[in-house]
Design a protein around this ligand. Structure first.
Ligand code: GDG
Length: 472
């Protein structure tokens, strides 16, 4: 078997964290790399005055971790610039926050060239490369320029935007052309896949074959939907770590007989946190009898805080949380606990388990793993209720959740009320259907089916069904 080389902006495997601290996605990529004597390459997170291309190599178990440092200008233009001020907002329908600056594009191209050059020392003929996410769309094109003929796959963790939005991006055609240097393109859902096909049809006049193969710019690639999942056992109550049990114990002690609604998100404008706070406020307004009997715990870990839109959002959320608490709190009840620190994954599992409902209401989200983790962590005999935005990729699979429009505060407030009043029999029925879905499309299944589709081996019927996805 050829080796697997994974490339992502940051490498999720390190010596310092282990066990239940590591996120599911990092653990899954590590498992894929272990099985394929792999290498994981990315930015170290460090900056240096002048780029050297010097690789720092580490061997963790069977996996080689390789990192490069970047210059401050690279981080400004590539990471904080084109990736997080141009592509991220645009792909999440926030054209109002999308900044186009030529130097962002130049920095994005430069870092992708630097990554490609650094990979020359790591990649052998016959190795398979798996490139992750919007930071690295041009990487295959840069590798091809250097003469690499390896199989290269790309997975997009965020939504693909409607063509009407994408065409507002200067150089959109070049970005799409770069994708045709990959052998396989993976999206989370049929909806993102259809949006990509919409661009191909209308802008390039090409259609996708039934087997997912499409030809443009003189190259053929294959496209498919590979919905990411969780490995339910990692969150299951019977497999809980000590940290998980302790987190659950602490939470339950602090409930004082109240019902808890949980939200866990990166502090990001795509997650709909302001709308969520206001929907919860509406619920408190509409149901005075529920006040003091319920509280909401919102964990929002700060991210990308050198980007102004994230600093602004943080200020607005602080103000909203303060306003809602000021309006409703009593001497011994705080309706909204708003926490900015991060938690280990196994601690989160314990917290999820003590919550009667989860309120996961992004305005747009590639998939949303928290929704799946919440379900996997529940006690099968007394599970909580998932309230999920229709705009999360996860909503396509998790149809037994209470599905809401996060822009509709009244509908969301009604769903909170319904979730908190739902009888145990209905909670169990809904949970069972959701849990079955998680088991059928686990995290291991995700990476295995992507790599299976990327390999040149004859494909199984299940893999053939995935590629192609929704009709063009
Ligand atoms: C992108 C896409 C897509 C652990 N501790 C904390 C915390 N974690 C873990 C959660 C979960 C992960 O972080 C967050 O994943 P999400 O899927 O919810 O969201 P993004 O970070 O935006 O991820 C998304 C994903 O890629 C995978 O393809 O599903 O659509 O946007 O595993 O357990 N998360 C937070 N605080 C912690 O303390 N917020």
């Amino acid at each position: 078997m050829s080796r697997l080389i994974v490339v992502s902006n940051r490498v999720g495997l390190s010596r310092d964290v282990g066990g239940g601290a590591v996120g599911g996605l990092s653990a899954a990529i590590t498992a894929a790399l272990r099985e394929n004597q792999g290498v994981w390459f990315g930015w170290s997170g460090e900056t240096i005055p002048q780029y050297t291309g010097q690789l720092s190599l580490d061997r963790i178990g069977d996996v080689t971790v390789a990192k490069v440092d970047l210059e401050e200008q690279d981080v400004d233009e590539y990471y904080n610039g084109y990736a997080n001020r141009t592509l991220w907002p645009l792909f999440h329908n926030r054209i109002d926050l999308t900044a186009y600056e030529r130097n962002f594009g130049a920095g994005y191209a430069r870092v992708n060239q630097r990554f490609a050059a650094a990979l020359q020392a790591l990649v052998a003929p016959g190795d398979t490369l798996w490139i992750h996410d919007y930071h690295l769309i041009p990487l295959a094109a840069e590798l091809r320029k250097l003469g690499f003929t390896n199989r290269i796959g790309f997975f997009l963790h965020i939504p693909w935007p409607a063509r009407q939005l994408l065409t507002t991006l200067p150089g959109h055609r070049k970005l799409v052309q770069a994708l045709f240097e990959y052998d396989l393109l993976g999206f989370h859902t049929d909806e993102w896949l259809s949006a990509f096909k919409g661009y191909l049809n209308h802008e390039l006049g090409v259609t996708v074959e039934e087997d997912g193969v499409v030809e443009a710019f003189g190259r053929k690639t294959q496209i498919g939907a590979f919905p990411i999942g969780v490995n339910p056992r990692d969150f299951a109550p019977e497999a809980a770590s000590e940290a998980s049990i302790e987190a659950q114990r602490r939470m339950e002690e602090s409930l004082s007989g109240r019902q808890m609604i949980i939200g866990v998100d990166r502090l990001d404008y795509s997650k709909g946190l302001e709308e969520r706070f206001q929907a919860y406020e509406r619920f408190l307004e509409d149901h005075p009898e529920s006040r003091e009997k319920v509280f909401m715990l919102q964990i929002a870990t700060p991210s990308r805080d050198s980007v102004a839109a994230y600093q602004d959002l943080r200020g607005r959320l602080d103000a909203e949380a303060g306003r809602i608490n000021g309006r409703f709190a009593s001497l011994d009840w705080v309706p909204l606990r708003y926490v900015n620190s991060g938690y280990r994954q196994d601690e989160l599992a314990g917290i999820y388990r003590s919550a009667r409902a989860a309120l996961i209401t992004p305005l747009r989200d590639g998939m949303n793993l928290v929704a799946k983790e919440y379900i996997a962590a529940q006690d099968p005999a007394d599970p909580g209720v998932l309230i999920l935005s229709r705009f999360a990729g996860a909503a396509a699979q998790m149809t037994s959740a209470l599905i809401v429009n996060p822009y509709d505060r009244e509908e969301t407030a009604d769903a909170i009320h319904r979730a908190l009043k739902m009888d145990r029999a209905e909670r169990i029925l809904r949970w069972q259907a959701l849990q079955e879905g998680l088991e059928a499309e686990s995290l291991d299944h995700w990476w295995q089916s992507f790599l299976d589709a990327l390999s040149e081996r004859p494909k199984s019927p299940a893999v053939i069904a995935r590629i192609g996805g929704a009709a063009a």
